[in-house]
Design a protein around this ligand. Structure first.
Ligand code: PEP
Ligand code: MN
Length: 335
């Protein structure tokens, strides 16, 4: 159920509704909007009776939610969510470019890439310290040492750090050092990890499972939000198809489909989806054109020496070209 408050409802009115919801053993999720606050209710095992709320001061209506997802939906929050990270935003007026190394390999590799990302006026830096690798023999990341390098990137360049947590112990560390916690495609349905991310007090970048439907994707975001963390950024990173000209098939149709249902921002990853740098610029352009809120892109000073995902990493010059192009496209689409 969703309780829609009147536009003039006071903080006390909202607090009273929350109190009544909690006294019934359920959880209340107030979502302030431009014109009104809506309060989502979770934790019920059967249909909720609206009578305890209907007559409370400030309540406009009690709406039964028919979809399996509640907190992610536009029914709860008609306006788009804008996620604020330091002085940067995702989902607002600015097109967010989250760029950086696939894996933090060394201080030099990370710092030189961060310098280029900052020089282009981007506000976010990505870098994996914990890498989910298909082979157990492949480079697994520098762990806490890598996170310390990322912390130094923020110190030096003022970039907001996005880094992946592959399990609960990693999440504790990523939450400590980074600004945004990334949950990768392979963990999209790791429900205990999603709940832990929901308890974190930092925004979460949730990548779509490589074979997930839109419903599964949104319900994964719902897991995070149901724990009280409403700062979720969705990311389309390609799905597995029969196509063998690309690593995964970037499903750009997901962007408008999600935007119709959900208030959450959604970005596009042209790097992990295509797997080859020649395709990254065209699909970055496409991501901006389709109305995504931003991009997640791999860059590397020497891709041929990269310990992870070298073939998809943009060279510095390609990255600069890409930034100029997508900004021009995003400006048209978003004006
Ligand atoms: C990544 O962004 O580094 C990554 C591993 O991506 P994905 O989870 O989409 O494969
Ligand atoms: Mn990668």
């Amino acid at each position: 159920m969703l309780i829609v408050m009147k536009s003039g409802a006071t903080d006390d009115d909202i607090a009273r509704v929350v109190e009544v919801v909690e006294s019934l053993g359920m959880k209340a999720h107030p979502m302030p909007g431009a014109n009104r606050t809506a309060i989502g209710i979770t934790g019920n095992t059967t249909a909720i009776d609206s009578s305890p709320f209907a007559d409370l001061t400030g309540v406009a209506e009690c709406v039964r939610v028919t979809k399996p997802y509640k907190l992610v939906s536009r029914e709860l929050r008609p306006d788009k969510s804008v996620i604020t990270v330091g002085d940067a935003t995702i989902g607002g007026d600015e097109f967010a470019i989250i760029a950086g190394v696939c894996a933090v390999e060394s201080r030099e590799q990370t710092m030189s890439t961060a310098r280029v990302v900052a020089e282009q006026g981007c506000k976010f830096f990505r870098g994996g310290a914990f890498k989910p690798r298909t082979s157990p023999y492949a480079f697994q990341g520098l762990a806490e040492e890598g996170l310390k390098i990322l912390r130094d990137v923020r110190e030096e360049f003022g970039l907001m750090i996005v880094s992946e947590a592959i399990d609960e112990p990693a999440l504790d560390l990523v939450e400590k050092y980074a600004d945004v916690i990334q949950i990768g495609t392979r963990n999209m349905q790791n429900f205990s990890l999603l709940r832990r991310a929901g308890q974190a007090r930092k925004p979460v970048l949730l990548k779509r499972g490589m074979a997930s439907t839109i419903e599964e994707f949104l319900l994964a975001a719902e897991y995070i939000m149901s724990e009280g963390n409403y700062n979720v950024i969705l990311c389309e990173r390609g799905v597995r198809t029969f196509a063998n000209h690309t690593r995964f098939t970037l499903d750009l149709s997901l962007i408008p489909a999600v935007q119709r249902i959900s208030h959450l921002p959604i970005i596009v990853d042209p790097s992990h989806s295509t797997g080859t740098r020649e395709k990254v610029i065209p699909l970055s352009r496409a991501g901006a054109a389709v109305g995504a809120d931003g991009l997640l892109v791999d860059v590397h000073p020497h891709p041929e020496q990269a310990l992870c995902d070298g073939p998809q990493a943009l060279l510095f010059d390609m990255f600069k070209e890409m930034v100029g192009e997508v900004r021009a496209i995003a400006k048209i689409v978003r004006s």
